[in-house]
Design a protein around this ligand. Structure first.
Ligand code: PLI
Length: 469
């Protein structure tokens, strides 16, 4: 008798899930040969950000602006009201933010860092501290450029890729207490809360934690602002893991989460299923007035903020699609499918598997490499050479330098991110990706690392160049 082939769901002892959509339009992929990839990587200075996309087979650089839009969103693009002022699409977007995120006043921006810029300039006084649950590259840079001093207050286990835990994105309130004792409430600009936490592997924050943070902020008269970039994914984890939320829709969980914060900024290029866009939204009217005034200087009038009317329409529709439970289940299910293949082969990664990506643990992947030989950058380069798959470094290169000392930040996490765009690739692509990672893992012993040959001043990971050691 032969074994009956088993589906992935059956192997896990449950029924399989499938994407809640079908494909209406396809974009051919480019298949490349190894000699071409060697040339392309050399020309790109071993930095996957500097590759041309025509040289890439499966693009896992980022989930930012890389989603596939729905037929509804594309139809919405045709309804762009491209008026300089008072575009109808702005009011649709404002309605979506109020309905799904619950904030009163909206200022659109061209993308997340435009919103970070406005908020940082408005609410940070030079010399103030900005505690946050792990840094994010552009967020911290805007906080620093506004004169703030970022301080990491995430729970310790977030820095350990092997530590289990349902909510490794949580803020450690004892760390906040210690900062408060040192600098006083007036020395703290606001608490900067990201949900999920990108640099920690897409790990979520619990509802209990944001509720406790709200109480802490009220006690000390400190504001709480949310990086809502992947807050819908965060809501999915709360539904799955936190007592009392299993029967509540993702949309309701998102709204409750946001209700504990004073405002938020957003890169809509992630959760909201659009290729461009962002916003900052607050409840406080005087702060809104300042943001609304400043957006005119840097982005555009307050009813478009650097976006076309059609972009705002696509975003408004994308927000409504993003909070659907079935969408989130398949979005995170696909990330987990890839992760579970790699786990079967014992490939080291950030665990538990987070929301938007698999983060390979380059320290354990290449134990022979010192952090100064850029293990995670090396792994991204090796993966590209093997199969044309493009990943991204999230380690010492991304962490940049301390502006006060000029030294490298040396993060404990040295990760290579396989970021999954939303609604773009199929399960078969996940199989191909997993097999390539396995091939690179099997060849790990011969790898020697990289040397940096060019280092730009800001956000160096985007444009730095390297040579093979
Ligand atoms: O890329 P922007 O400017 O739309 O957004 C900046 C930004 C803010 N917060 C968080 C948590 C992000 O992940 C983020 C951008 N992330 C990128 C580009 C990424 O590849 O993860």
């Amino acid at each position: 008798m032969t074994d009956t082939p088993r589906t992935f769901g059956q192997q896990l002892g449950r029924r399989s899930w499938a994407e809640p959509w079908k494909i209406k339009m396809v974009e051919p992929l480019v298949m490349t040969e190894r000699p071409d990839r060697e040339r392309a990587l050399r020309e790109a200075g071993h930095n996957t950000f500097l590759l041309r996309s025509r040289d890439v087979y499966i693009d896992l650089l980022t989930d930012s602006g890389t989603s596939a839009m729905s037929d509804r969103q594309w139809a919405g693009m045709m309804l762009g009201d491209e008026a300089y002022a008072g575009s109808e699409n702005f009011f649709h977007l404002e309605d979506a933010i109020q309905r799904y995120y619950g904030y009163r006043h909206l200022v659109p921006t061209h993308q997340g860092r435009g919103a970070e810029h406005l908020l940082s300039r408005t609410v940070i006084r030079p010399g103030q501290y900005v505690p946050g649950n792990m840094y994010f590259t552009t967020t911290r840079l805007h906080q620093e450029m506004a004169g703030g001093i970022f301080t990491d207050v995430i729970v310790d286990e977030a820095h350990d890729p092997t530590h289990p835990g349902d909510f490794k994105g949580n803020v450690d309130l004892a760390k906040l207490d210690a900062l408060l004792a040192r600098v006083g409430a007036a020395g703290i600009a606001y608490v900067s809360l990201a949900a999920t936490v990108n640099m920690a592997g897409g790990q979520p924050v619990s509802m209990a934690n944001v509720r406790a943070l709200r109480a802490w902020c009220d006690r000390h008269g400190v504001k709480l602002y949310l990086d809502a970039t992947r807050a819908v994914e965060n809501a999915f984890f709360i539904q799955e893991r936190e007592a009392g939320y299993a029967d509540r829709p993702v949309a309701a969980i998102l709204k409750e989460f946001c209700s504990y914060t004073d405002g938020a900024w957003m890169s809509a290029k992630k959760d909201s299923l659009v290729n461009i866009g962002g916003w900052v939204a607050v409840n406080d009217f005087p702060l809104f007035e300042e943001l609304r005034n400043l957006v005119v200087v840097f982005e555009g009038l307050h009813t478009y903020g650097g976006l076309a009317g059609r972009d705002m329409e696509a975003m408004a529709i994308g927000i409504a699609e993003s909070v659907q439970d079935a969408h989130m289940r398949s979005r995170i299910g696909q990330v987990r499918y890839l992760g579970s293949l790699l786990q079967q082969w014992g490939i080291p990664m950030m665990e538990p598997i987070g929301g938007h990506a698999i983060f390979l643990d380059a320290r354990r992947f290449y134990p022979q490499l010192a952090q100064d030989a850029f293990p995670a950058q090396t792994l991204a380069a090796e993966l590209y050479l093997d199969s044309g798959i493009r990943a991204m470094e999230r380690g010492i290169v991304s962490a940049g330098r301390d502006p006060r000392t000029g030294d490298h930040h040396r993060p404990q996490l040295e990760l290579t991110r396989l970021t999954i765009p939303r609604r773009v690739y199929t399960q078969a692509h996940m199989d191909v990706i997993a097999e390539s990672v396995k091939a690179v893992y099997d060849a790990r012993e011969r790898v020697r690392g990289l040397r940096m040959t060019y280092e730009p001043k800001y956000l160096r990971f985007f444009q730095a160049r390297f040579e093979a050691l």
